[in-house]
Structures are given as C-alpha cells and as structure tokens.
Design a protein around this ligand. Structure first.
Ligand code: PLP
Length: 391
C-alpha cells in the first residue's frame, strides 16, 4: 500500500462522506505546484477552487500570519485590531462609495450577513438567479438555485424568487416595491463560468435604484483579482449596495466579508448579527498581505496570462473544444461532449489539477501568479487528455 492509500483508508473510516472519496492526499505545495503524500508533483490549476491566489507557501502571507499570530492571535469583537481596521478600509475603498464591512470566515457566512442586511430594509423579497450558487448554510442555500442542493433541506428561508440569469425583461418584471435586493454573480462559477451579458449590470443598477431595492453582487468567486480586477463589477462602473467576498481574500486562510455601501452600510446595528472569529487579526493580516501582492503587479499578470491562455487553447482548434469563456484566470473550457469528469481524471493522472463544474465544462482557476511558461504544459497536454477521456 502506498502512503496515500493508507491515508485514504483512514480518511474513509473517520470522515463524514460529504465529499466522496478524495482522489489524492496532498502533503505540501510550492508556488503553483502541489506534491502528494507519495512525492508526485502536480500543476495546480484549481487553486483550492479559486482560493490560493498567490500559490502555495507564499513568503509574504506566511510572514504576515506568523508575525500577527506571535503578537496577537485573537480578540473578541468587543475589541478591535489594526489589521482588521486596515483591511476594512481597503475593502471599503475597493467597493466605491461610502462603504462599511462585516467580516466572516467563509463565503456562505458573507452571504448570510448580506441576506440579513437585506431583510433589515423591512422588505422581504430577494430576487436571485437561476444557475446561482451562494453557499451551503440554510440562508445561502435559500438563495442557491440548484434543486438537488436545496430539496433535502426544505423548508428554507422564504421570500426568494428565481429568474433567468441575464434576462433583463424578467428582472424588470420581478422587481417591485416589495423587493429588498437583487442578488447575482457577475460570472456564475459553479454553473460552468457563465458570464452576465454586457450592459446587464448597469441596467440592474438602474432598475434596483428606481424600485428602492438593493443591488447585491456576490464576488466570492470572481473577486480579489481572480478576473483581473479587485471587484469585477466595478469594471462596469457600477457601485453595488451589497458585495460578498471570500475565497481568494486570505490565500487559503479562512476569511470573508460582506461589504455594504451608502445607506445599506448602516442596516446592521448592534444585536443584529455577530461572529466569534470574523475579523480575526490573523485572517486580516493574511488578507492584507494578499492585497499588497495583488496591488504590486499580480493583477496585471492575471489579464496577461488569462488572455494568452484563451488564445492558446482556441488555437488548438480541437474538435472536442467548443470555446473558452470567463475572464482573467477564471476560465471555462466548453467541450462539445459531456466528458468533463473523465478529462479531470486523465488530467490528474498526468499531473494537472482541474475540475469540471458542469459535465461539458472544465474550470481553470490557477494561482494568479502563474506564468505563461508554467501554464503551457497543460495547453500542450490538453488534446491528449481530451482524446484519452473521449476514448
Ligand atoms: C459565488 C459564490 N458564493 C458563495 C460561495 C460559498 O463560499 P464558501 O464555500 O466559502 O462558503 C461560493 C463557493 O463556491 C461561490 O462560488
């Protein structure tokens, strides 16, 4: 038995079966590479599902975490820390407008905070999108469209109405004076990297403003540089009322946030919401280090390598590839056959970590620091992987 086989046997005996059996046991990471417990090396093109933006073992994040932890690891939210205030200022500035922040430990908790803020408007209806994913806690699940995730847990919090993603007529019809908020992702990551149509965000901003409803953008997957911007919706000049972020914020250290602008920034008041760990100084220090690196040039790399990758994959002109979609380094390779899971397995066997959020879509979400040269071996291997999977 290999070391991995032994560890997986122990995993299967003790872990709840929430995720099925893992395909590898990883021991450590180095930059854009992962190494398994038997010493095999993989190019990490998933980055913990759009999380490890700076790759594995980044010295600036390690230094920020260890230095903060050695000085002060945690205080309750009866008190404040400089790391937390600094991070809040930076996220508020990224949101535009006069913004305030509530910190969480995950994306789903950021969504819970925003959902509660929306309810504090005194209006009950939240309009969410078909194809959406917002997390697995009961509130976030109520806003998530996928029936198989929802149904075993019904009844979920009510007042949520789903409309087709990207359909402005449907949005105009659905929004009225009972609408608390309209919630959408700029790119639906879990639905297969599906982009909102051009002009939709500006129109959604106008429609919600006219109805006195909040515009809530979930940037948990698209934000913090993943798509070449700190917050992707800001590229369209839109200021949202509520923004949820997590994933890439801490480079793997758990941290998320609900950011609110304008009047929405004052909805949550003492007693309405709370968290023991949210805003923890170590998490905030990790996130500040990530923001430092993004600002120091990583954002430019995202657009450069992302655009190169699309051109390189499309130049393969492979019959099993229909097109590539997404922005920056959140890309979906849309296939002409439902062979995604088989390609993922073939890729893992060949030393590449990817995933398939839909049977016909491969998700490529590598560390944002990846270079063209590091990514090229995957492009070169792709035709062979597709053919192996297609049989
Ligand atoms: C858009 C979006 N919102 C929320 C979440 C939930 O985040 P977390 O898994 O950190 O709870 C996800 C996770 O994939 C997501 O993609």
């Amino acid at each position: 038995m290999t070391r991995q086989e032994k560890l997986l046997e122990r995993y299967d005996a003790v872990m709840m079966n929430a995720f099925g059996s893992p395909k590898r046991v990883f021991s450590h990471g180095e930059g854009v590479y992962l190494v398994d417990a038997d010493g095999n090396r993989y190019l990490d093109l998933l980055a913990g599902i759009a999380v490890n933006s700076l790759g594995h073992g980044h010295p600036a994040v390690t230094a920020a975490i260890t230095s903060q932890l050695s000085r002060l690891g945690h205080v309750s939210n009866f008190f404040a820390t400089e790391a937390q205030v600094r991070l809040a200022e930076r996220l508020a500035a990224a949101a535009g407008g006069d913004a305030r922040v509530f910190f969480t430990n995950s994306g789903t908790e950021a969504v819970e905070a925003a959902f509660k803020a929306a309810r504090l408007t005194g209006r009950s209806k939240v309009i969410a999108m078909e194809g959406s994913f917002h997390g697995r806690t009961m509130g976030a699940l109520a806003l998530t469209h996928t029936p198989k995730y929802r149904q075993p847990f019904e009844p979920l919090p009510g007042g949520v109405e789903f409309i087709p993603f990207g359909d402005l007529d449907a949005l105009s019809r659905a929004v009225d004076d009972s609408t608390a908020a309209v919630l959408l992702e700029v790119i639906q990551g879990e639905n297969g990297i599906v982009e909102v149509p051009d002009g939709y965000l500006e129109a959604a901003r106008r429609i919600t403003r006219e109805a006195g409803a909040l515009l809530w953008i979930d940037e948990v997957q698209t934000g913090l540089g993943r798509c070449g911007e700190l917050l992707l919706h800001r590229a369209d000049g839109v200021v949202a009322d509520l923004i949820t972020v997590a994933k890439g914020l801490g480079n793997g250290f758990p941290v998320g946030a609900c950011i609110a602008t304008g009047d929405a920034a004052h909805l949550i008041q003492p007693g309405n919401h709370g968290s023991t760990f949210g805003g923890n100084p170590v998490a905030a220090a990790a996130a500040n280090a990530v923001l430092d690196e993004l600002e120091a040039g990583v954002l430019d790399n995202v657009s450069d390598v992302g655009d190169w990758f699309v051109a390189a994959v499309e130049a393969l002109q492979h019959p099993l590839i229909d097109h590539v979609r997404g922005r920056g380094l959140l890309r979906g390779i849309v296939l002409t056959a439902d062979i995604g899971p088989a390609v993922v397995d073939a890729a893992l066997g060949a030393g590449f970590v990817i995933n398939a959020p839909r049977p016909n879509v491969l998700r490529i979400a590598p560390p944002l620091v990846i270079t063209r040269d590091e990514l090229r071996p995957f492009v070169d291997a792709l035709p062979g992987l597709l053919e192996a999977a297609h049989g």
